[in-house]
Each structure stands twice: as structure tokens, then as C-alpha cells.
Write a protein that binds this ligand. Sequence first.
Ligand code: RIB
Length: 303
Amino acid sequence: MDPKEVSKGMKVLNIGSMNLDYVYNVDHIIKPGETQATTGMNIFLGGKGMNQSIALAKAGAEVYHGGMIGKDGQPFIEACKEYGVNYDHIKKVEGKTGHTIIQIDKNAQNCILLFAGANDKLTEAYVDEVLENFEAGDILLLQNEVNMIPYIVDKAYEKGMQIALNPSPFNEKLDAVDMSKISYFLMNEVEGEQITGYTDPGQIIDKVVEIYPEAKIVLTLGGDGAIYADKDERYHQPIFKVKAVDTTAAGDTFTGYFLAGIIDGMKIPDILRMSAKASSIAVTREGAVPSIPYRKEVEEALA
Ligand code: RIB
């Protein structure tokens, strides 16, 4: 599909990171002072931003990706072409594209070292220019792997866009964000604890709903599934059990599919089921971007 010919309707603008993921397979996550031989190495396309755009596109949404890459970032443009993500707003700048060093242990758990590179080169002028192409009702999706998040939130809110925030990785850069402007929070239990101070999922949800009563919240809980809550409704979705080989981008896949389901006007329990199935497929494959399934595969697996 040519991304320039995507259907008219509610658009998603995702201003987010693009990282080259240097992925090493290891016995265990390395300890301080240790040298460990790896059992495999691959370079995959990733970045929470790009992963979520690809998940949205593969789920059938009209998605526009914004953000910065360096001269070595052309593979991201090619991926957008391949998967149907509009790339008009991706800009090439001096310096290196963002990258990560990821260890995947024998239980498929990971740890990630992040070098922001071009992801941190957004400017007010760039953000203003991109937002000119979007209007009230469109969805803006953000994670916390690019700079300027507080500014982007303020400007998009002024325009009447619905803002979905995946506050990942959660750090002090988010302190300046006016969270009352967020329509959708999509987070895991670690981020939920960092935001509320609670570890119990029920308490995390209660607190977020109390502080942001107009928001819709998705809390992913790893092996315990996911919870959706707003001030009127609450649902729990268990995981689909699979043999995981790489959990990288499982949350990003969930996020992309969840928002695609919202755009399609699906019922929340059906959206959660579809998103959980998509994530369960993603974890059976290596890499971030290459692991994300198409909607057809997800629907066939659900049937
Ligand atoms: O969520 C997974 C992603 O986090 C990886 O693709 C890596 O790039 C980091 O941003």
C-alpha cells in the first residue's frame, strides 16, 4: 500500500523515536564487572515510536510518523514504505540515528541501553510545522524517547487533538508535562508505580482514574495480562500463553493495536482481546519491528 493513499478518516500522528536495535542473545543479563560471550547478534529496526507506528499500520490505521533520523536512518523510511506508514514528517538531521544495545536472556527477558541520537533533536519550529497538518479529533501518540514532549502536548491540546501517552521510559523529563491534557494513558506496571507510588495494579488504576477522571487508562501487567479503566468501566484481559523468544516491542504492539481498535470504534473488551493476541504473536518472534503481526494474522489466530 502506498502510504500517501491511505483512507480518509481519523488520523494518528505519532511523533516518536526511531532506534537501530543492536540485539545480543545472552545466557543472563550481564552483571557489573562481568564479561560474557553472547550466543547471537542481530540489528533490528525499533524504537518505541516506530514500533507503535508499524503496529498501528499493520492493524489497519492511517498513521503518520514524525521524528528525526541521522544519515544512517534510511532503513526507517524503507520500513514505512513497506508497511504503509506515512513518512512525510520524518526529517534527516546531522549526526547519528538513535540506537539501543539490547540483551535478551534465555528466558526472553530483556534490558535496554538507549542512545537518543537524532531522537533528541526536535525543535519548536519542527513541531509547529508538523502539527499544522492535523486537526481537532485526530490522535497524537507520544512516548518518552524524543525531546520536546511537554511542548508537543501543549500545542496538540490547543488544537483539540486527542493525546495518547505511553510514558515510557518514565523519567524526570515527564515532570513538565501537563498530564491533565492526556486522553489515553498506555503504561506498564513499572510506569504505573512511578506515576502513582503504588505497586498493586488495582491501586494504580484507582489512583490514575482519581487524578485524571477524563482519561482512559490501559495498564499492561506482563504475564498477568492488561487492565482497561476509565471512570465508568473496567475490564481485565488475560494473556494468551505462548513460548516467548523475545518480549521486545510486546507493549508497543499492544499500544498500536489498542489505538487502532479505538479508531475502528470496536468495543473495549474486543480491542483488549485483539491487542493481547497481537502481543502474544510478537513475543514469539525476534526483533521489534519485524515481530509485529498483521491484523489478518491476529484475526485468524483469534478465530
Ligand atoms: O519498546 C521496545 C523498544 O524500546 C525497542 O525497540 C528499543 O528501541 C527501545 O526503544
